[in-house]
Each structure stands twice: as C-alpha cells, then as structure tokens.
Design a protein around this ligand. Structure first.
Ligand code: AMP
Ligand code: ZN
Length: 484
C-alpha cells in the first residue's frame, strides 16, 4: 500500500515497524461542542484507513484521545481554555460538558459508520504520563520554567519544522485578534507543557505537579496518550491538516526529545471541508452537524459517500447541492443493488478479480473515489448475482455505506408498497429477492392454519421451513423470509 507521508512529502510504501501489528494514533475531538461535519470528514477518512489496513490483512491497534482539558482557543496556547468556554456558555461544569459532547461525538460517529478506536482515552486520565515526560524534558534542558508555566524550548530541536518549508517567521503566528502574546516564551513557537499560571484563574481541573498545581498543555496529551498505549514507536499518526502545525509539529518535538529517537514513521493529514465562504468552523457561519443533516432529511451515510467521492488530500467544498448529488448517487446505487437476486454459484475467480480492483484503488494513497467506482464495476461484471453480492459485502467492510442492508430494506419497502397497491391482504416478502413458489405456498398454508386456529400445523410448517434453512419473520399483514 502506498500512502502520502506529510513528513517526507512523498508517496511511500507503507511498511509497519512490526508486521504483526500496525500502531495507529488519531487526534480526537476537543469535547466543548458538537463536532461539525468538517471534523467528521477527517474521522471518516481515518476510519477508511483503519478499515482498509484491516482489510489488507494487518492487525491494527488504534488509539484516540479525547481532549477534555488544556486546549486553548488559539492552537499556540493562548486565549481561553475551550472546555471552560463551553462550560460557561452552557452554565454547566467542565466534566458535564466533556461527558455530553463525548457521547454526542460517538453517536455522530455511529451514524456515519465510523468505528470506535480500540482505545479511547480522555486527556484528564493520563496526568502522570505527562508529568513523567515533562520531568525528563526539564532534566535534559528541552523545557524551561517561566512565569509559572513549563515551556518546550523549540530552539533546542535540530529540525523543528517537519511538515512545511515555510520560514520560521511565517509560521510564528499564535498572536491572533483578541489574543495576547505570551511574554514568557523564549522563542515564538515555544509551547506550554504545563500551566500553573494561566490568565484564567477559574480553570476548573487542576492537578499537583513538581511545578505547582496546574494542568497540561494540549500538545503533550497526544504524546503521553500515544506512548502509554502504543509504546515508544508509532507507525501512523493522523489528523486534519490544521493539526500539522503547530500541534503535530510540537508532538514530534517533545516526543523525540523525550525518547531520543524517531517516534512516528507516517503522517496522514486530511484536507479541510470548506463552505463557499471558507473553512468550516464552529465559531463562524452555519454550524453544520450530523443532527442538522438528519433534521433536513438527509441520511448521514449519504454524507459519508459524499466524502468518499473525493480524495482526502484535496479540500472539499460542501454545499447542499453537492450533498443532494451524493444522495441521488447513493439512492441509485442502492436501487441497483436491491435488484440483484441472491442466485447462482459463487465464482471465486471473478470475486478475486473484483476485490483486486478495489484494493488497487485504496492501495493508491486511499483513492476512495476509485473505490466507489469499483462498486459500479461489480454491478456491470459478467458474473452471478451471488458473486456480486459477496463482492459488495466485502467492499462495504471498508466503505461502510451499508450497501447490503440498505438494499434489503429497499426491497422490503418496495415489496410492501407493491402489496399495498395491489391490495393484497397478506404479503409474502422475500428479503433478498429470491423467488421460490414452494416456500411461498408453505407460508400461505401456515397463514391458513393460523386462521383456522390449527396452531400445531402452523408450528409444524414453521419447523419444516426452518429445516429447509428458511428464516421467517411475521410482519403486520404478512411474513418475510430469507435463506440463512
Ligand atoms: P477539534 O475537535 O477542533 O480538535 O478537531 C477535530 C479534528 O477535526 C482535527 O483532526 C482537526 O484537524 C479536524 N478538522 C477541523 N476542522 C476541519 C475541517 N473544516 N475539515 C476537516 N477536518 C477538520
Ligand atoms: Zn493530537
């Protein structure tokens, strides 16, 4: 598999340190508000990466943090703590806010078929890890104490900037409107490892430390959590492109200064979802969430398809019209799949060739739009419907579009609508489109037995169907069946 590595600015063959297990880390949400669908674009693409690695035969251990402390409104450690801001906005405690928005985040993920990482760790649960790292950085001269806070000294790094070729002056941002520069910093890009004196005396969560009672900076969280669960080396680290600087740059600086060796081999960054008026954010413009999509009648999986139709390294423009187009595509696809009948022999060679084409697309730096095109190749292929359905179920392990389930639901809805239109008093519905007159007659005979209160006969017929491998489910004014 080839993947574009932001750290080397090249497409590289993906080779994990240990062939038995891929260690993957994803920056998680700051849980002070709902995730917007831009954030979720990043999580969808990371989900595809994880699932594809598994599909390609790797074992994966994936870890994600939940930022519930220390992330200030400016990524350069200035401004107000985002969690505190959320708590004030809603008149709740920081912990209440964290719990509420963590649950909301995973509920959105579930709707988008984003798998929960193997380890999900809140930042507040790993304070000892951060203290251990910061102590060593202090002892080795990579960190300094100033004005009550502990800072990482970026000038000590031989190579601090990893992800871009900009000069230091261009990158020395951090001073944004309404945000005062921190005069304790020796170098503009130095960052806080531990706060004891922030400008916000009402900081809710504090812990004891060798430098006084305080709380960790945002960047140290990801290094600490990653090392706690994945050890001293990491195969692949992901996040949205805005995380590259300063967050990931700082993660690398402190981790490698602490470890004394290279930390992570591959960096994957997802480009932003934008609106016509610019980057999507929580503070400006319409706040687009999964719930809002649902309120407007959209299936969240249509948004997933919308994301998959373009490459993760291109920014993507969201508009309702673009989403509508994805809905049309999705419905057409499901309609075509619903028309397949689970019939014919499974043709292994044809299945392997289809799977190969799908893998080739994703091996090519996760080309999800070509992977979606591979669905059409299946539909057009000269093979049995059974083979096509097997291939689609296989692809969907990665794509996560519920292709088979949605097609079954559509078939059922169509059959019910047809029965209703024909005014049939009792509908016999085949769940996967199979036609079998004998089965249908047995189901009708069972209905007649029940009507005549001959329950022994009705049960006997059900048992006979079961012995034939038919699963029967009673529904209002009918029954549906499928071969299991
Ligand atoms: P946050 O909750 O703000 O820490 O962000 C969560 C994730 O979403 C991070 O990986 C960000 O890089 C990513 N992200 C933020 N804005 C966008 C956007 N407009 N499009 C795609 N990803 C984003
Ligand atoms: Zn992070």
């Amino acid at each position: 598999m080839k993947i574009y590595n932001s750290a080397t600015r090249q497409r590289e063959e993906f080779v994990p340190n240990n062939p038995d297990i891929v260690k993957m880390y994803t920056c998680g949400p700051t849980v002070y508000h709902f995730a917007h669908i831009g954030n979720l674009r990043s999580y969808i693409m990371e989900d595809i990466l994880e699932k594809y690695l598994r599909f390609a035969g790797y074992n994966v251990k994936r870890v994600m943090n939940i930022t519930d402390v220390g992330h200030l409104t400016s990524d350069a450690d200035e401004g107000e703590d985002k969690m505190l801001k959320g708590a004030k906005r809603e008149n709740k405690t920081v912990m209440d806010i964290a719990k509420f928005y963590t649950d909301a985040f995973f509920s959105d993920c579930e709707k988008l078929n984003i798998k929960r990482p193997d380890v999900v760790e809140p930042a507040t649960a790993c304070i000892d890890e951060y203290i251990k790292i910061i102590e060593k950085l202090m002892n080795t001269g990579y960190a300094y104490f100033a004005g009550g806070n502990v800072y990482f000294d970026t000038s000590k790094m031989e190579k601090y900037y990893i992800f871009n070729d900009f000069n230091a002056e261009d990158l020395a941002e951090g001073v944004r409107e309404g945000v005062e520069a921190d005069s304790n910093k020796r170098n503009k890009n130095d960052f806080v490892l531990w706060f004891t004196k922030s400008k916000f005396e009402d900081q809710a969560l504090k812990w004891d430390s060798p430098w006084g009672v305080g709380y960790p900076g945002w960047h140290i969280e990801c290094s600490g959590i990653s090392m706690k669960h994945l050890g001293e080396d990491l195969d692949i680290h992901c996040g949205g492109i805005d995380n590259a600087f300063p967050h990931h740059t700082n993660e690398i600086a402190q981790s490698e200064a602490y470890l004394g060796h290279k930390w992570c081999n591959y960096w994957m960054h997802v480009l932003h979802l934008n609106t016509n008026s610019g980057k999507m954010s929580k503070s400006s413009g319409e706040f687009l969430t999964v719930s809002l999509l649902e309120e407007k009648g959209y299936d969240p999986l249509a948004y997933r398809l919308f994301c998959l139709q373009s490459h993760y390294r291109k920014s993507l423009v969201f508009s309702w019209e673009n989403l509508d187009n994805a809905v049309v595509t999705y419905n057409k696809l499901i309609g075509k799949i619903a028309a397949l009948k689970n019939e014919g022999e499974m043709e292994e060679a044809a299945f392997a060739a289809l799977r190969e084409k799908f893998s080739a697309a994703l091996d090519n730096d996760l080309n999800t739009s070509l992977a979606v095109t591979a669905i059409y190749d299946v539909l057009k292929a000269k093979t049995t419907d059974a083979t096509k359905l097997a291939a689609l179920a296989e692809f969907d392990k990665v794509l996560g579009l519920d292709l088979i389930e949605k097609a079954a639901a559509k078939r059922e809805a169509d059959a019910k609508a047809k029965a209703a239109a024909a005014n049939v008093a009792f509908a016999v519905i085949s769940e996967d489109g199979e036609e079998d007159k004998a089965v249908e007659e047995m189901i009708l005979a069972r209905r007649d037995a029940k009507k005549a209160k001959n329950f022994a006969e009705a049960d006997r017929i059900r048992d006979e169907l079961k012995a034939m491998g038919i699963e029967l489910t009673d529904i209002p004014n009918g029954a549906k069946w499928k071969r299991v």
